[in-house]
Every structure is written in structure tokens, then in C-alpha cells.
Design a protein around this ligand. Structure first.
Ligand code: FES
Length: 109
């Protein structure tokens, strides 16, 4: 997978996130923590909730369903009932634009 331009970095405020589609079919959530950007699969590994509809607190993304949570830097689950890590993607910021890809870790879900 090559890098895909997804949006301008200014479109995601600090402490914010945004759902984007890559390769026309894969939903990914981009998180902004300070001046760093991280990307994971948009779907929670516990169910099919969209994490972009959850709440980002620091680098912890809380799922909108069931109280589960993940670290958006690592994709690791930090709160039950989530136990399977999120798929992570590389994010690069170039000249004010954000690019996503390739896969860094694919969850077993
Ligand atoms: S769907 Fe995310 S915690 Fe259940």
C-alpha cells in the first residue's frame, strides 16, 4: 500500500480526530495529539462502533459503545471489554498535507 493523501493537517484540531477512507473502502481514524498524528482502523475490535464517534482524551480513544478504550499511538486496548489491538497505519505530514499508509500492525480481528 502506498501513502494516500487524506486531508490538510489543519483540518484536524489538536485533541481532535477525523474519519477518512483510504483505498476507497477502508475507514481509518486519524488522531491529533499535540502536534503528532496517529492513525488506526476506524472500527472498534470489540464490535463495529466507529471510533471517530468516540471521545479522544490525550492519547486514549474511548469507544462510543460499551466503555472500551485504546491507546491511539499503539493501538493497544487499555480498557475492557476491548482485548484485541487496533490495526495501525503510518501517518506523514508533508507541507501541511496528511498522508496515510502503509500498514504498521494488523490486528487479528
Ligand atoms: S464496540 Fe467498542 S467497546 Fe464494544
Amino acid at each position: 500500500m502506498s501513502f494516500t493523501r487524506v486531508c490538510q493537517s489543519s483540518e484536524i484540531p489538536q485533541g481532535g480526530m477525523r474519519r477518512v477512507m483510504i483505498e476507497d473502502r477502508t475507514p481509518v481514524t486519524i488522531y491529533r495529539v499535540g502536534d503528532e498524528f496517529f492513525a488506526t482502523s476506524d472500527y472498534c475490535t470489540h464490535g463495529i462502533a466507529s471510533l471517530s464517534e468516540g471521545e479522544l482524551k490525550g492519547d486514549i480513544i474511548e469507544c462510543p459503545f460499551h466503555g472500551g478504550a485504546f491507546n491511539c499511538r499503539t493501538g493497544e486496548p487499555v480498557e475492557a471489554p476491548c482485548v484485541v489491538p487496533l490495526t495501525r497505519y503510518a501517518v506523514e505530514a508533508r507541507d501541511g498535507e496528511l498522508f496515510v499508509g502503509p500498514l504498521q500492525y494488523e490486528s487479528a480481528a
